[in-house]
Write a protein that binds this ligand. Structure first.
Ligand code: KG4
Ligand code: ZN
Length: 334
């Protein structure tokens, strides 16, 4: 079964061709092509400008689709279906992908399947780690999301917690801005932190249950910078990052012990962070918890995770109705 996957929920235009034998484990070998164009215009402006994102998607979507087919050595007529992100995300950006996908599907007389972007990030894990099988806990940390999800079975979920304010990546981006680093700042904080020490004791956020909150930590960093004359940005970056990791670990430890599940998959743009990967894996070794991370190329938004999710959902639930429209927010995945 060969699907085209389209992702346009934010500032990445991603198109991919994935071929997969239903019933088998997913693997990176299923990905015939995966073309992602990140819109650099936003980095010059310090954040994603929705109108500019939509315009860039319109310019990029057709040529990137052609490239994805060419790299995969496939033709439109080799496609069995089209999967596309319908939410959550920026409405105008989502509309570009969804309208393009519907038009193609109608024209080619093939099914289309609308995909929740958050579920897509779970499939980036399944593609990268064929040995990972449900039940497992999925932690999604990105610029727009921080979600703790129980994956009971394929396409069967229970959302256990999410952020009540800023997303994890958003906190990285805001702290990066305070330190005059470029946008998006996650990778710059990680790089700076390598030469820093954890000398500043920012408080670990206190949140009941499985929910997250990052705005208090962000504000603590802001006040520290305002009130301190001589600080090393490296130490600020390192101390912020270590506090984030300890916070994530606290939640993971709790959920793993409460649900008696020791397989944890971490995905989303922030999951590319090497320090987060190594610290969580070290904690996990002490507590008998096994961590899974996607290949770095699968961490950021991409069409392959959407295509893989589309194939699985199509097998289980059939196509989406053409009346499906975009949704900027979707409370939780099921
Ligand atoms: O998944 P993604 O590409 O887009 C969303 O769905 O939001 O994630 C982008 C986020 C940004 O906030 C970016 O700063 C963060 O991922 N990020 C990182 C790193 N690389 C990207 N955060 C921490 N460390 C990194 N190395
Ligand atoms: Zn994402």
């Amino acid at each position: 079964m060969t699907f085209l996957g389209i992702e346009t929920s934010c500032d990445e235009t991603g198109v991919s061709i994935v071929t997969h034998k239903p019933g088998q484990q997913f693997s990176l070998n299923d990905i015939l092509s995966n073309i992602v164009s990140s819109q650099y215009i936003h980095s010059q402006l310090g954040g994603v400008i929705p109108e500019l994102a939509s315009r860039a998607h319109i310019q990029l979507i057709a040529p990137i689709t052609k490239t994805a087919l060419a790299v995969a050595k496939r033709d439109f007529h080799d496609l069995d279906g089209i999967a596309v992100t319908y939410g959550p995300g920026l409405v105008g950006a989502l509309l570009v992908g969804l309208s393009f996908a519907k038009a193609l599907a109608i024209n080619l007389h093939i099914p289309f399947v609308g995909i929740n972007h958050v579920e897509g990030h779970i499939f980036s894990l399944l593609l990268s780690c064929p040995e990972l099988k449900p039940p497992f806990i999925s932690l999604i940390i990105s610029g727009g999301h921080t979600e703790l999800i129980l994956v009971k079975n394929y396409c069967q979920y229970q959302t256990l917690g999410s952020t009540l304010d800023d997303a994890c990546g958003e906190a990285y981006d805001k702290v990066a801005r305070m330190l005059n680093l470029p946008y998006p700042g996650g990778a710059f904080i990680e790089k700076l932190a390598v030469n820093g020490t954890h000398t500043i004791r920012f408080p670990i956020p206190q949140m009941p249950g499985y929910n997250f909150s990052f705005s208090g930590l962000k504000t603590a960093v802001l006040y520290y910078l305002k009130e301190t004359k001589d600080y090393r940005p490296e130490d600020v970056a390192c101390s912020f990052q270590e506090t984030v990791i300890d916070f994530l670990w606290e939640k993971i430890k709790k959920v793993s012990s409460d649900y008696k599940i020791n397989q944890i998959g971490v995905s989303g743009g922030v999951a590319i962070n090497k320090r987060i990967r190594s610290r969580l894996s070290e904690y996990g070794q002490i507590y008998g918890i096994k961590f899974y991370f996607p290949q770095p190329v699968m961490c950021a938004d991409n069409g392959a995770m959407i295509a893989a999710c589309g194939i699985e959902r199509y097998q289980r639930f059939g196509p989406s109705d053409l009346s499906l429209t975009v949704q900027s927010r979707i409370p939780s995945i099921q």
